[in-house]
Ligand binder design. Structure first.
Ligand code: PLP
Length: 322
């Protein structure tokens, strides 16, 4: 349900994570609101290159969902980065704190879940929050069944204490400013060399545009996977395919799904790397770019049934003509 601009890696729209409300309205009308369990919203959309959702969009989404009685749940995993982009780009938010922006954004949703090892900088864990007490009771009861009493189940106490500190530090402006700026530093190095990436640069990663990087490699020979492999061979840098492998197969036809975006993600952990690591990374990408015409695609030799992008194996297709 994302806006069309998100499918164009060159489009500079500041909020390419926005929900397309017309598409959503059409779907709700088609299937009936009673058949929509909830709307799942995600900040800095990973599959679109880490693009943010605007405050104006979530407000309008709330209105639309209210008119149909549909709830909204937020994947808040990267919402601190999203709040940074609202402060930086959306008129009227420059003077608000990251925490205030987050609080207002969440007020338009009915609940949120989070993988805390991203924005909250902890080793493990997460949380689920809802604004409906009956639902909260039901969920808490499931914690008791599957993890242990809610006061100690699931996460260890020390991990919860670390998470509490991580939440507070994650919304400090200097922290999130330097975090996003490091990602943009890498993006700008690549742009200066004319290397095709998704623009605007996202909040947590630089996404290489593998279709334009390797225009001679057909999508069913996995250009983004090829690029991830080349980077690893050259430098040991581990990127991640976000393209045809990640999109999986159509269950009806059995053929690959062919997504519009064929990307290799260079996700950057928080508080781990220096500027020198970004320089080395950019040089590795440049080396792969300079030898792009000699690079051939891949053949998948092992394909697991579910979520193949985690475990599939590939081998190089040898060239037959020069
Ligand atoms: C990483 C991530 C998840 C999964 O979280 P895990 O803690 O790795 O299970 C879910 N949603 C988003 C947006 C993520 O980035």
């Amino acid at each position: 349900m994302i806006i069309d601009e998100a499918h164009d890696t060159q489009n500079l729209h500041p909020f390419k994570g926005d929900v397309d409300l017309d598409k959503l309205r059409a779907l709700v009308k088609q299937v009936g609101p009673e058949n929509v369990a909830y709307v799942s919203l995600s900040g800095t959309v990973n599959m679109a290159g880490g693009q943010p959702v605007s405050m104006a969009n979530v407000r309008a989404l709330r209105k639309l969902c209210d008119s149909y009685g549909i709830r909204i749940y937020l994947d808040a995993t990267r919402m601190v980065e999203n709040a940074f982009f609202i402060k930086d780009r959306e008129p009227g938010w420059a003077d608000k704190s990251i925490a205030d922006i987050l609080k207002e954004f969440c007020s338009y949703t009915d609940g949120a879940w989070m993988s805390a090892k991203k924005d909250s900088m902890v080793n493990i864990g997460g949380w689920l929050a809802v604004n409906d007490h009956n639902l909260f009771d039901a969920l808490r009861n499931m914690v008791v069944i599957y993890e242990g009493l809610h006061t100690y189940g699931g996460m260890a106490g020390r991990d919860m204490e670390a998470l509490a500190i991580g939440i507070a530090e994650s919304v400090e402006y200097d922290h999130i400013y330097s975090r996003v700026s490091q990602v943009h530093y890498l993006g700008n190095l690549l742009l200066n060399w004319g290397i095709p990436i998704v623009q605007p640069v996202g909040g947590h990663a630089v996404f290489l545009d593998a279709k334009r990087f390797y225009p001679h490699i057909p999508q069913d020979q996995f250009p983004a996977q090829t690029l991830a492999a080349q980077l690893y061979l050259d430098s040991g840098i581990r990127g991640m395919e976000r393209g045809i492998v990640s999109a999986g197969r159509d269950p009806n036809t059995g053929d690959h799904r062919y997504p519009a975006l064929e990307l290799t993600r260079l996700a950057i952990p928080r508080r781990v790397y220096t500027q020198a690591h970004m320089d080395v990374t950019s040089e590795a990408v440049k080396a792969a770019y300079d030898s792009r015409e000699q690079t051939h695609g891949l053949r998948m030799v092992y394909e697991p049934k579910q979520l193949r992008f985690f475990q599939a194996r590939f081998e190089p297709i040898e060239s037959h003509s020069h």
